[in-house]
Structures are given as structure tokens and as C-alpha cells.
Write a protein that binds this ligand. Structure first.
Ligand SMILES: C[S@@+](CC[C@H](N)C(=O)[O-])C[C@H]1O[C@@H](n2cnc3c(N)ncnc32)[C@H](O)[C@@H]1O
Length: 193
């Protein structure tokens, strides 16, 4: 009787403990620092946050010939630096689309500090789903696979829209210009008719 009780008790305790020990700890299997936001949005980021250095961001905007009438969209806008520079230095308007809500909050704080919060906007969203039709310039620091996926969407933009990529090419669509800035290459396309 006692042996049967001990056996049943050990099954009841051991099995759940074993199962729990196999389950991944929450957060450990997710991209570092992005997991919670990604879960909130129900969509994991396609690339980690890695900021473009300010000098390179500025060179990207200059390569695009940014001016006060432009509307600069940054796809995966991180801490908001590219739309903020576009507004602060060139008087353009800027929009950042970013999947991580914490980076969007940080971007608004940075825009306030730079006193351009009335000229920029940051939204939590998926760059693949975003409406880019109002952009006159689109900036990107993404990855080869994301650039490849974006080609049909970018090709469909208004002819003359300028596209600038930090580092990554678009396969089958050679850039109109490319420039080396310190360690980085920046590339410019103009959407054709
Ligand atoms: C390499 S960082 C570039 C940040 C900023 N554009 C810059 O150049 O400083 C890429 C950014 O894209 C964001 N991201 C990744 N997948 C995304 C998606 N599907 N939609 C919107 N943002 C995304 C990441 O959270 C990250 O902030």
C-alpha cells in the first residue's frame, strides 16, 4: 500500500517537474531586448536595432538631395535619428516606421529634445505593411533579404521617389549612385517611370 502511494506520488510530482524543465524560459529564445515589444505587436522584428552613425545618416540624406519640401520615410526607424536629422538640419518632414514600441517612444523623446516633434512622426508598424505613397525619400538600413523582399513595393512608388540604403543592395536593380562613407557604402535609386 505504502509502495503504491509512493509510486503514484512520485509520478504526480516528477512528470510536471520534468516537463517544466524542458520548456524554454520566457525571453531566452527571443531576440535580445526586442522580445516583449515583438510579442505585443504579434510580429518578431526582421532585423535587430543597430543605428546608422550620424555622419552616415547625414550622408544618406545628402545623397538623396533632401530639401525642405521632402517627406523622408525611414523603414525600421530605430531611435528615430534619420527622420530627426532630416527635419532638424534640412527642414524636411519625417516619418519613422518601427516595429518595436519602445524604440518609437524613444524616438519621440529624441524628437522633443531636438525640437522637431512638430515635423516628424513615429509609428509602431511593420515596414512590409506600411503605406509609403507619401514618401519622396525612403531610407533603409535593413538586410539583404529584407531589401530583396521590398523590391516590388519600392518599384511601385511614385516615379522619382529617391531610395537610399545604408550598406545593402537590391538584387537585379542596380543603384543609380553609390558612395563610400568611411566604413560604409550608401546607395541611391530613383524610382523609374
Ligand atoms: C538596423 S536597424 C536601423 C535603424 C535606423 N533605421 C538607423 O539606420 O539608425 C533596423 C530597425 O528595423 C526595425 N525592424 C525590424 N523589422 C521590422 C519590421 N518588420 N517593421 C518595422 N521595423 C522593423 C528594428 O527594430 C530596428 O530598429
Amino acid at each position: 500500500m505504502a509502495a503504491r502511494f509512493i509510486f503514484a506520488f512520485s509520478i504526480l510530482v516528477a512528470v510536471p517537474v520534468l516537463l517544466l524543465s524542458q520548456a524554454p524560459l520566457p525571453g531566452l529564445t527571443e531576440p535580445r531586448g526586442q522580445g516583449l515589444a515583438a510579442r505585443v505587436e504579434g510580429r518578431p522584428p526582421d532585423i535587430f536595432f543597430n543605428p546608422t552613425r550620424h555622419a552616415i545618416a547625414d550622408a544618406m540624406l545628402q545623397l538623396a538631395g533632401v530639401a525642405a519640401g521632402d517627406v523622408v520615410y525611414d523603414l525600421g526607424s530605430g531611435d528615430g535619428r534619420i527622420p530627426i536629422i532630416a527635419a532638424q538640419k534640412y527642414g524636411a518632414r519625417g516619418l519613422g516606421i518601427e516595429i518595436d514600441p519602445r524604440l518609437v517612444t524613444q524616438s519621440w523623446g529624441n524628437a522633443n529634445d531636438a525640437e522637431v516633434a512638430n515635423r516628424v512622426k513615429f509609428i509602431v508598424g511593420d515596414l512590409f505593411e506600411a503605406d509609403l505613397s507619401e514618401a519622396t525619400i525612403v531610407t533603409m538600413y535593413l538586410s539583404p533579404s529584407i531589401m530583396k523582399r521590398l523590391i516590388p513595393k519600392l518599384r511601385a512608388l511614385t516615379p522619382g521617389t529617391r531610395l537610399v540604403s545604408h550598406q545593402f543592395d537590391m538584387p537585379g536593380w542596380p543603384p543609380d549612385e553609390r558612395r563610400q562613407v568611411d566604413e560604409a557604402e550608401i546607395l541611391l535609386w530613383r524610382v523609374p517611370k
